[in-house]
Design a protein around this ligand. Structure first.
Ligand SMILES: O=C(CO)[C@H](O)[C@H](O)COP(=O)(O)O
Ligand SMILES: [Fe+2]
Length: 218
């Protein structure tokens, strides 16, 4: 499993997003948290900002939609050129249709599960996804404490994914730091989102490399 690091611009300076993207040239992805103040109690950014960001960086965008109606909006992010589009299982009413639309528009399709959502009921969707996102905090805000209770679910997900051929990536998001990343990698995650651990550091690129090195220790 190659380690991939996806810095979350949630913790970046929103007035300087192009510079903040340029500060992490060694990132595999740029994680974009779309929040609508309904599915989660916070409001961030939407499609117009993603469209501008796509013009400002060559780093592929990993769009994490924390919105009430992902079935309506997710295809537009894929159409705009996002490299990966993630919908929440708790929000989607038609996940198969939406995940297929995302793929048919050329993006990787991903399904996200909140900390309290079990993975087993979604085994049937594994054929429809390129990545499974396991939230390691309750979605809505950056800078929260990593929830250790999700570690067994990462192990379960890794076992399920291996049974399905092992090609689906497992992403973790929330409270991922130089300290917690090793536990996530050891449990079976291979894509790591980090907001405050990267954008809370003076040297963002060095923070990305520290995360990558620590994940590789597992
Ligand atoms: O989806 C998210 C929150 O809902 C963010 O991606 C996540 O919280 C990143 O921030 P941090 O690394 O600071 O926890
Ligand atoms: Fe996120």
């Amino acid at each position: 499993m190659a380690v991939q690091i996806s810095p979350s611009i949630l913790s970046a300076d929103f007035a300087r997003l192009a510079d903040e993207a340029a500060a992490v040239p060694n990132a595999d992805w740029l994680h974009v948290d779309v929040m609508d103040n309904h599915f989660v109690p916070n409001l961030t950014l939407g499609l117009p900002v993603v469209e501008s960001l796509l013009k400002a960086t060559s780093i592929p965008l990993d769009c994490h939609l924390m919105i009430e109606d992902p079935d309506r909006w997710a295809p537009a992010y894929a159409e705009a050129g996002a490299g990966s589009v993630t919908i929440h299982a708790e929000a989607s009413r038609a996940p198969v249709r939406t995940l297929r639309q995302i793929r048919s528009l050329g993006a990787r399709a991903a399904l996200a599960l909140n900390p309290g959502t079990a993975v087993e009921p979604y085994e049937g969707l594994l054929g429809e996804i390129d990545m499974l996102l396991l939230m390691t905090v309750e979605p809505g805000f950056g800078g929260q404490k990593f929830l250790d209770m999700v570690l067994p679910k990462i192990r379960t997900a890794r076992a399920l994914v291996e049974r399905h051929g092992g090609e689906i990536w497992i992403q973790v998001d929330g409270g991922v730091t130089g300290d917690t990343i090793e536990r996530c990698a050891e449990a079976g995650a291979d894509v790591f989102v980090a907001g405050s651990a990267v954008y809370g550091s003076a040297d963002r690129a060095a923070a990305v490399e520290t995360l990558r090195a620590n994940a590789a220790k597992a």
